[in-house]
Design a protein around this ligand. Structure first.
Ligand SMILES: O=C(O)c1cccc(C(=O)CC[C@H]2O[C@@H](n3cnc4c(=O)[nH]cnc43)[C@H](O)[C@@H]2O)c1
Length: 234
């Protein structure tokens, strides 16, 4: 006789950079039915890949030591969109999370840490998870770059696009969150609502309110879906 499958309730960690992003996600979580709501924890881990890795690793370790490990980590927030693929106000879900400025400059161009033989510069979410998440939110999928410095010139945007033709967005935390998740053997996703184009700096034109509203709407759709076992995902 086949032994009964013991199902542990899913536990999902959502890591944002700043409290405003965490609160935008938490609004969607708190509007969900209790059986979905209880699966999620939302934390603001700080800006940049180092803070994101440290904060995410701390949350993952604490949960594991409590005997309540997470099954999925989601890096979420606002981001810059490469044009015309990811217009301001649109949503992007990463099919690859890439450290775009971690490596070495040489006379012949940039070498990533992978090229240098020091670990990896890319993490990949479970493809079906990313695809399903994009389907329920209407998001575009593509590479999301993690940078330590926000792109502020057309020249830098063009350089990044040349090195990463599949890039649709950049932000500052995804790869750090993914490194922590990988160290714990937990899958990762990245969800970005586009607040500004990647290119010449115009901070006053960032549409942060619209992007936070898009983030809340996205998690309204994602909350019931991410708790499903992958094979039951729509
Ligand atoms: O000032 C506010 O009210 C406010 C509310 C929510 C978020 C912010 C941020 O400044 C978040 C910083 C966060 O945003 C990501 N981001 C956004 N655009 C870009 C970009 O073009 N390139 C890289 N990162 C971007 C990034 O992940 C930052 O951590 C402010």
């Amino acid at each position: 006789m086949t032994p009964p499958r013991i199902l542990t309730p899913p536990r999902i960690l959502i890591a944002t950079a700043v409290p405003a992003e965490r609160d935008a996600v938490a609004r969607a979580v708190s509007a969900a039915p209790p059986e979905h709501r209880s699966a999620y924890d939302c934390v603001a881990v700080g800006v940049g890949p180092a803070a994101a890795a440290a904060g995410t690793a701390t949350a993952l370790t604490t949960a594991a030591l409590r005997g309540e490990p997470y099954h999925l980590v989601v890096s979420a927030g606002i981001g810059g969109g490469f044009q015309p693929e990811a217009p301001v106000g649109s949503l992007v879900i990463a099919d690859a999370l890439v450290a775009a400025d971690l490596g070495a400059e040489t006379g012949e161009g940039f070498l990533s840490v992978t090229d240098l033989g020091f670990g990896t510069s890319e993490h990949t979410p479970p493809p079906a998870r990313a695809r399903d998440a994009a389907a329920v939110t209407g998001a575009r999928t593509g590479t999301v770059l993690t940078v330590s410095t926000v792109t502020g010139t057309a020249r830098r945007a063009a350089e990044l696009r040349e090195r990463h033709p599949e890039a649709v967005a950049e932000a500052m935390e995804g790869f750090g969150v993914a490194e922590a998740a990988a160290a714990h053997g937990v899958p990762v996703l990245e969800v970005r609502a586009v607040s500004n184009p990647v290119g010449p700096r115009d901070r006053a034109a960032w549409r942060i309110g619209d992007a936070l509203a898009a983030l809340t709407a996205a998690f309204g759709a994602l909350v019931p879906v991410l708790v499903l076992p992958l094979e039951e995902s729509p």
